[in-house]
Write a protein that binds this ligand. Structure first.
Ligand code: DOR
Ligand code: ZN
Length: 342
C-alpha cells in the first residue's frame, strides 16, 4: 500500500466560514486544506448584495491569508433583483447564488417562500450561466424531517429543471439514494456536492449512547442504505458528484443546548475524512477527480496548479478546538484518522 497520496490542490465547493471572531478561528483550517471555496452567504444579515459580498470577501482574505480564493455567493430572497446578480457576476464578485427555502436551516428566515416568485431570477441565471445552488428540503411541517429532501425534489426541483432547461443547478449536500439517482439522471447541467459526514455517518450516530448534537446537521443524516448510496456516488468517478464539506461551525454552547444548532465542523480534517472513505472503498485513485477536477469543470473554472500530499500516518482528532466562546467540536473528535495532510 502506498504511504503517500499526492493530489492536484483541491477545492471545497460548499463551506460556511461565518464572520467576526468565528471567521478568524475557522478560515485558516479551510485555507490549509483547499485552494478555493464556495462560501455560503447565510450570515446575519445575509449576503444579498454585491457590496456586501465584496466586503465579506475582504474579511475572508484577511482571516485566511494569501493563497486562498473565496468564491462568493448571493443569498436569494423573494425580492432578489436579477440585475444585482448579473452585475455581481460581471464584476467578478458572484460565482453562484444560493437558494434556501425560507426557514429551512440556520439563518434561512429571509430565504425564499415560493419559487414562483423567482421566475425572473431563474431566467437571468440561465441566460448568464450563473449556477443556482440549492438547499433541497421542503419546510412543510406535515412532511417528515427524514423525507424533506426527497419531497423537495419531486415538488420543486424536478418542475424547476423542466421549466428552465438550461439552468445550471447544484443540489447541495445530498443525503439520499433518491437524490443521487435524480442528479445522476439530470445531465451535465445538474450536479451535487457530498459532505464527509454524510459519507461516514447514518442517522443512528445522533442517538448513540444518548443525544449527540455533534452529529446533527441539515439535511439530517439518513438510513444506512442512503449512506451507502452516497459512498457509491462519491467514489464512482462520475463527474456529477464533487467535494463540498458543508463545514458549518457553531460554538459548543450553541450546539450543546436545549435547542442545538444544525451543523458539523469538519474543515480541519476534511481531506483526511474523505480519504478514509475512498480508501475503504478501494477508490483512492478516484479521490483526486472528486476533490480537484469535477467541481471546477462544472463551474467552468480552471483546475488548480500545484499539489498537496497526504501521508499515511495515524492522527488523533482532538476533542475540542479553540477556547471559551470559540470552543468547537471537530468532526471525528476523539477518533484516529489514518491519513494526514503533509
Ligand atoms: O447543518 C447545517 N448547517 N446545514 C445547513 O444547511 C446550514 C448550516 C449552518 O449554516 O449552520
Ligand atoms: Zn451548508
Amino acid at each position: 500500500m502506498a504511504d503517500t497520496l499526492t493530489l492536484r490542490r483541491p477545492d471545497d465547493w460548499h463551506v460556511h466560514l461565518r464572520d467576526g471572531a468565528l471567521l478568524q478561528a475557522v478560515a485558516p483550517a479551510t485555507a490549509r486544506q483547499f485552494a478555493r471555496a464556495i462560501v455560503m452567504p447565510n450570515l446575519s444579515p445575509p449576503i444579498t448584495t454585491v457590496a456586501a459580498a465584496r466586503a465579506y470577501r475582504e474579511r475572508i482574505h484577511a482571516a485566511a491569508g494569501a493563497g486562498f480564493t473565496p468564491l462568493m455567493t448571493a443569498y436569494l430572497t423573494d425580492d432578489t433583483d436579477p440585475a444585482e446578480l448579473e452585475r455581481g457576476q460581471a464584476e467578478g464578485v458572484f460565482t453562484a447564488c444560493k437558494l434556501y427555502p425560507a426557514n429551512a436551516t440556520t439563518n434561512a428566515a429571509a430565504g425564499v417562500t415560493d419559487l414562483a416568485k423567482l421566475e425572473r431570477v431563474f431566467e437571468t441565471l440561465q441566460r448568464i450561466g450563473l449556477p443556482l445552488l440549492i438547499h433541497g428540503e421542503v419546510t412543510d411541517a406535515a412532511v417528515d424531517v427524514f423525507d424533506r429532501e426527497e419531497v423537495f425534489i419531486e415538488r420543486h426541483l424536478a418542475p424547476l429543471l423542466q421549466r428552465h432547461q438550461g439552468l445550471k443547478v447544484v443540489l447541495e449536500h445530498i443525503t439520499t439514494a433518491e437524490a443521487a439517482d435524480f442528479v445522476r439522471a439530470g445531465g451535465p447541467r445538474v450536479a451535487a456536492t457530498i459532505t464527509p459526514h454524510h459519507l461516514h455517518i447514518n442517522r443512528n450516530a445522533m442517538f448513540r449512547g444518548g443525544l449527540r448534537p455533534d452529529f446533527y446537521c441539515l439535511p439530517v443524516a439518513k438510513r444506512e442504505r442512503h449512506r451507502r448510496a452516497l459512498v457509491a456516488a462519491a467514489t464512482s468517478g462520475d463527474p456529477t458528484f464533487f467535494l463540498g464539506t458543508d463545514s458549518a461551525p457553531h460554538p459548543r454552547s450553541a450546539k450543546e443546548s436545549a435547542c442545538g444548532c444544525a451543523g458539523i465542523y469538519n474543515a480541519p480534517f476534511a481531506l483526511e475524512s474523505y480519504a478514509a472513505v475512498f480508501e475503504q472503498e478501494g477508490a483512492l485513485q478516484r479521490l483526486e477527480a472528486f476533490a480537484s477536477e469535477h467541481g471546477p469543470r462544472f463551474y467552468g473554472l480552471p483546475l488548480n496548479e500545484g499539489t498537496i500530499t497526504l501521508e499515511r500516518c495515524d492522527q488523533l482528532v482532538p476533542q475540542r478546538l479553540g477556547e471559551g466562546d470559540l470552543s468547537l467540536v471537530p468532526f471525528h473528535a476523539g477518533e484516529l484518522l489514518s491519513w494526514r495532510l503533509a
